[in-house]
Design a protein around this ligand. Structure first.
Ligand code: NAD
Ligand code: UGA
Length: 450
């Protein structure tokens, strides 16, 4: 059993704290948000994440997981302190490090003894070095400490399973002994452990997110080409994915990536590169393709309904991905705002994100279920691929819509089945075989073969 403090009780901090507690450690989780901590003490989760409530409750009951707003309390007996505060985008696309700086300062001011400071937040390369400087500067008396980078790779919606079964643990430090101690803490996760220097560990996180985002923009570019040529991107992805060098993951074409991480991290990496005089052209293309998806989907709604003014458009899903209530950078925000600006009435249903969404999208009308939402609409758009949308009673939906236009932004339905049910159905990147669409110049070749 180790004594651990976790600073920041958001998606990463709360999951990290609860999982380390579940692995038998004693964890004190701290946040400066008093309401959040008061809620947690009463068992109220600040976020929706499958399995989190039970995990937190179980570990609170066994007194392995405590919550506080006081740094001295959190650090009192901690050997390891994890920083897991937010690093949102700053005005120019750089990572805003004010929360990391504040956390580092508070740790320094309240450090009662030697400790290892582990950074889990996604931070620009070099941050670990200046965290060490802050700690040195604000310690009331010099105490030994080490800084280790331990980037987090969990996904929202499957955060607990991802934390407990990581593909790898990455640790970076200039202090090998400290990194080895942090490695010991992670042994229970039975994943390969990569120990490297601080800056390389920080870079591994950005490079990983940028690569995954690139895969998504790549398949979205292929989707555009598929659509023009009458091929089906979904089957293209299956055919590509069997190649072990490519792999089947992150090849779902659709509305592009959203969320609190890919958009800000690709932008921050591009910013880091540009600041040093590099031209991150691939990263820029990744972002451009991603932004276009949100425009493109609205154009498709126009293809279905004509002029948007006065039309009622229903959104199936609002969260940036299924199994979360996180609305940060959700494609639904841009899509709803563009539809509203064009004069459409926009309504929506999401299993868990409506409360968060309503604060951001006050002009979107929320409905308690997909059927009342669909009633009288001129078009429905699948924005988030929640499982419950895959088994909707589409025959019922077809009957209650004003006009049965269905735009499948996540390619969850079988085009032929849905068209046979009487929907005007459009997907993204799923060219309709038999449309008679030929590549440019094909007519000439056919004529020449005669
Ligand atoms: P979040 O916004 O959900 O939570 C951050 C928490 O930190 C908030 O509760 C906030 O009140 C608290 N906080 C801010 N300043 C503080 C301070 N000085 N002291 C104590 N608490 C403070 O953020 P998140 O989504 O958990 O992300 C945290 C970091 O982890 C980011 O750098 C992010 O890029 C990275 N990350 C996130 C995910 C994810 O899926 N969300 C996955 C991997 C990595
Ligand atoms: C992502 C990474 O997957 C995590 O490894 C990482 O830790 C995290 O960012 C982070 O750094 O915060 P997350 O944003 O929770 O996790 O969710 P993903 O499942 O990666 O999805 C991100 C976005 O990409 C979603 O909007 C999703 O709809 C979209 N996506 C994903 C696609 O459009 N196509 C795909 O094939 C996969």
């Amino acid at each position: 059993m180790k004594e651990i403090a976790v600073i920041g009780v958001g998606y990463v901090g709360l999951v990290t704290a609860a999982c380390f507690a579940d692995l038998g450690n004693r964890v004190t989780a701290l946040d400066i948000n008093e309401e959040r901590i008061a809620g947690l003490k009463q068992g109220i989760m600040p976020i929706y994440e499958p399995g989190l409530e039970e995990l937190v409750e179980r570990n609170m009951r066994s007194k392995r997981l405590l919550f506080t707003t006081k740094y001295d309390e959190a650090l009192e007996s901690a050997e390891f302190v994890f920083i897991a505060v937010g690093t949102p985008s700053g005005v120019d696309g750089e990572a805003d490090l004010r929360y990391v700086a504040a956390a580092a300062r508070s740790i320094a001011e309240n450090m009662p003894h030697e400790m290892i400071i582990i950074n889990k937040s996604t931070v620009p390369v070099g941050t670990g070095d200046w965290v060490a400087e802050i700690v040195k500067r604000y310690q009331p008396r010099p105490l030994p400490f080490a800084v280790v980078s331990c980037p987090e790779f969990l996904r929202e919606g499957s955060a607990i399973a991802d934390f407990m079964n990581p593909h790898r643990t990455v640790l970076g430090s200039l202090d090998r002994e400290a990194a080895e101690k942090v490695a010991q803490l992670h042994l229970a996760l039975r994943a390969p452990i990569v120990i490297t220097d601080l800056r390389t560990a920080e870079m591994i996180k950005y490079a990983s997110n940028a690569f995954l985002a690139t895969k998504i923009s790549f398949i979205n570019e292929i989707a555009n080409i598929c659509e023009a040529l009458g091929a089906d991107v979904k089957e293209v992805a299956v055919g590509m994915g069997y190649d072990k060098r490519i792999g089947p993951h992150f090849l779902d074409a659709g509305l592009g990536y959203g969320g609190s991480c890919f958009p800000k991290d690709v932008l921050a990496l591009a910013h880091m590169a540009a600041e040093k005089g590099k031209h991150p052209q691939l990263l820029r293309a990744v972002m451009e393709i991603n932004a276009d998806r949100r425009e493109f989907v609205v154009q498709k709604v126009r293809e279905l309904v004509g002029d948007l003014a006065g039309k009622t458009i229903g959104l199936l899903g609002l969260a940036f991905k299924p199994n979360t209530d996180d609305m940060r950078e959700a494609p639904s925000i841009d899509i709803a705002n563009t539809l509203l600006a064009a004069g459409a009435q926009v309504r929506a249903y999401d299993p868990v994100a409506m409360e968060n969404a309503q604060a951001i999208l006050p002009d979107v009308q929320m409905f308690p279920d997909p059927y009342t939402m669909a009633e009288g609409t001129d078009a429905l758009v699948v924005v988030t691929e929640w499982n419950e949308f895959k088994s909707l009673d589409l025959a019922r939906i077809r009957k209650i819509m004003h006009t049965p236009n269905l735009l499948d932004g996540r390619n969850i339905y079988d085009p032929q089945t849905v068209r046979n049910m009487g929907f005007w159905y459009l997907a993204l990147g799923r060219g309709y075989n038999g449309d008679g669409v030929f590549p440019a110049g094909a007519e000439k070749l056919i004529a020449a073969a005669d």
